[in-house]
Design a protein around this ligand. Structure first.
Ligand code: PYC
Length: 441
């Protein structure tokens, strides 16, 4: 059951989607029945998605089997009836950024374009479990960004005002209120980095990121989309300024529409179509502790201390930091990260000094010059991009899928992504979202 700790609505996975379609039938099972069925092939419990032979041609080929690619396929099918769609994933679905993030959902951005866009994503996430008939465990437990100095407090006020104008619940609160929400945090004026206030955003929270990927995959598959895992794109064919198909390590596919929904490899895939991207790729590391009793029911972010922390429903603390200070495609963890993280987290929450880290991981972040994504058509007819997500990609999955599907179906970007076109860099119409980053970059 999706949880809600602060009165915001959340939904479990019992409903049908907007078209009355129920992707997969699951009954209530006891733990023992679940275990038995998990180990046996049961006709009552069908495969979540299927393997297919590669067709010679599809109407739309989506490169990248993460939340963006799968959501785009799902909304193409459900909102526009376009089902002759292939999602190509070089590894397994969710193996990239969608499985390598800290699962934070929020819409307290800095620009009106950004706030509207991410707010639509929060709204879609609120109904996603019901739409997909899959429990994505969205917990709207509130999101708090701490200000430790006057300039960040000023930015928090700025964001709160922009958020309110766009109808997003977000306000600046003081140390007393912070102490009530997170009782064990050191809000004393004697702290090395005293907390002057925070931007508090009640609808923000965390989600089960794998479940979002699996839910979209199952629902897209149920609508006839072909999900091809272990299928690497090796080239994109363009003739006379028009995309004609892709080459893969399993053969060639003709397609009038190809969509780049990759993260980490977005500039390499776009290069194959001859489209240059103003993107640089940086690793972002994160870590998780052993589980402990629930004590933290808010997401806490400190830009000054380069860290953010939340507690999962299983009790683990999930920590993240800034992106690594060098461009790289490496997803190896580093000792520098762990040491820095430990020092910073303990400044905020000294009581955690005895907790043990269990694991750490890294994802790849494609950073654009203005920290906003690049979405929509390109100069190559039929070649679309949904890339450049920096550290904001996972939270944008549903709205990106919905908007990209609309863009492909109508051949032009819908209003909600019109500010994020690739032409904005040459035109100087940047959408600066650096000030809304969880931590400094
Ligand atoms: O923007 O909330 C965020 C975020 C957290 C981790 C990476 N990005």
């Amino acid at each position: 059951m999706a949880s809600s700790t602060n009165g915001h609505p959340s939904h479990n996975g019992s409903g049908r989607n907007g078209n009355g379609h129920r992707p997969g039938r699951l009954r209530d099972y006891s733990a023992w029945q679940l275990f038995r069925k998990g180990l046996s092939a049961s006709p009552e419990w069908p495969r979540t998605w299927h393997d297919h032979d590669l067709r010679n041609s599809y109407d739309v080929v989506i490169v990248g089997g993460g939340v963006h690619g799968l959501a785009t396929a799902y909304y193409l099918a459900t909102n526009h009836g376009i089902t002759n769609v292939a999602v190509l994933e070089k590894s397994y679905i969710g193996s990239g950024g969608s499985g390598r993030n800290t699962a934070i959902i929020r819409s307290n951005y800095l620009t009106p374009e950004g706030v509207r866009f991410y707010d639509r994503s929060v709204k879609l996430y609120e109904h996603l479990a019901a739409d997909l008939n899959f429990n994505v465990m969205f917990s709207q437990r509130g999101h708090m960004t701490l200000a430790h100095n006057d300039s960040s407090l000023r930015t928090m006020h700025w964001r709160a005002e922009v958020n309110k104008v766009q109808g997003v619940d977000s306000s600046v609160i003081g140390p007393d209120e912070i102490a009530k929400l997170v009782p064990f945090m050191d809000v004393s004026p004697e702290a090395r980095y005293p907390i002057l206030g925070a931007l508090y955003h009640p609808p923000g929270g965390i989600i089960r990121h794998d479940a979002v990927v699996w839910g979209y995959a199952r629902a897209a598959d149920a609508h006839g989309v072909h999900i091809h895992q272990k299928t690497e794109v090796t080239g994109i064919d363009v003739e006379g300024g028009k995309v004609t198909g892709v080459r893969t390590d399993r053969g060639r596919i003709s397609a009038p529409v190809v969509v780049n929904c990759t993260a980490g490899w977005s500039s390499l895939i776009s290069d194959m179509a001859g489209v240059e991207m103003p993107v640089q790729t940086f690793p972002l590391q994160a870590a998780v502790t052993e589980p402990v009793k629930p004590f933290l029911d808010t997401v806490v972010v400190s830009g000054t201390l380069h860290t953010y922390v939340s507690q999962t429903d299983r009790g683990e603390l999930v920590f993240g930091a800034s992106v690594d200070p060098f461009a790289s495609y490496s997803i190896r963890g580093s000792l520098e990260f762990t040491e820095g993280l430990g020092g910073h987290v303990l400044e905020l929450m000294p009581a955690l000094s005895k907790m043990r880290l269990l694991r750490q991981w890294a994802g790849l972040c494609d950073m654009t010059p203005d920290y906003s994504p690049i979405m929509g058509p390109t100069d190559v007819d039929g070649f679309y991009v949904d890339v450049g997500w920096g550290t904001y990609g996972f939270k944008a999955g549903p709205v990106s899928g919905e908007a990209m599907a609309d863009c492909i179906a109508h051949g032009r970007p819908p209003e909600i992504i019109s500010a994020f076109g690739i032409d904005r860099f040459a035109a100087g119409r940047l959408v600066g979202e650096k000030g809304a980053a969880a931590v400094g970059h």
